[in-house]
Design a protein around this ligand. Sequence first.
Ligand SMILES: [Zn+2]
Ligand SMILES: [Zn+2]
Ligand SMILES: [Zn+2]
Ligand SMILES: [Zn+2]
Ligand SMILES: [Zn+2]
Ligand SMILES: [Zn+2]
Length: 181
Amino acid sequence: MLIADNHKLNMKRVLLYLYLCLSICSLTSCRGCIKPKKTQCTECNGTGYVEQYCRKCTGKGKIECIYCNGTGKDKCSICFGEGTQKCLNCYGSKQTTCSMCFGSGKNSYGEECFQCDGSGYEKCFSCRGKGYNECSYCFGKGYTECHSCLGDGYETCDNCEGYGLISRECSNCGGDGWVND
Ligand SMILES: [Zn+2]
Ligand SMILES: [Zn+2]
Ligand SMILES: [Zn+2]
Ligand SMILES: [Zn+2]
Ligand SMILES: [Zn+2]
Ligand SMILES: [Zn+2]
C-alpha cells in the first residue's frame, strides 16, 4: 500500500518534470530533453582538444639560434674571426731591436754586431718572426661557443616548450568531447 503510494508520487514527479522540461524546451531552442543522446566527438576522440604541429618550429620542438644562425659559433670578438692577434712584442713588425747592440749594428769596438749581423734588429722571440700570435681568447679558432645556445646551434621552441605539438580546443565539440547526435 505504502509502496504503491510512493510509486504514484514518483510517477507524478516524473510527469511534472517532463511537462516542465517540454514547456521550457518549446520556448527555447534546446533539444536536449527531447533528444538527449550525445555521441563522443570523433574529431578529438572525446578528449576535447586536438593537437597540431607547432607552427613556430614546424613540429621539431627547437628553433635555430638567432644569435649564431644555427652555427653554434660566435665570431671571436678579440681577433674578429681571424684566429690571430698582432704580436704585442714587435707590434707586427716581426723583429725587435737587437738586444746586443741596441740597434746600432755595431759592438763597443765599432765592429759589426755578430748577434744581428749588423742589421740592428733581431727576430722577434715572442712570435718567432711571424708578426702575429694565436688568439689567446679563442685559441686560434676564430670563434667561441655561442653564448646563447652554448654551441648547440638551436634553442628549445618557447611556443611549444620543445614538445613540437600545440593543443587547442576541438572546434567540432567546442572542447566538450561530446556532440549532439
Ligand atoms: Zn680570437
Ligand atoms: Zn713578434
Ligand atoms: Zn746587434
Ligand atoms: Zn647560438
Ligand atoms: Zn614549437
Ligand atoms: Zn571534439
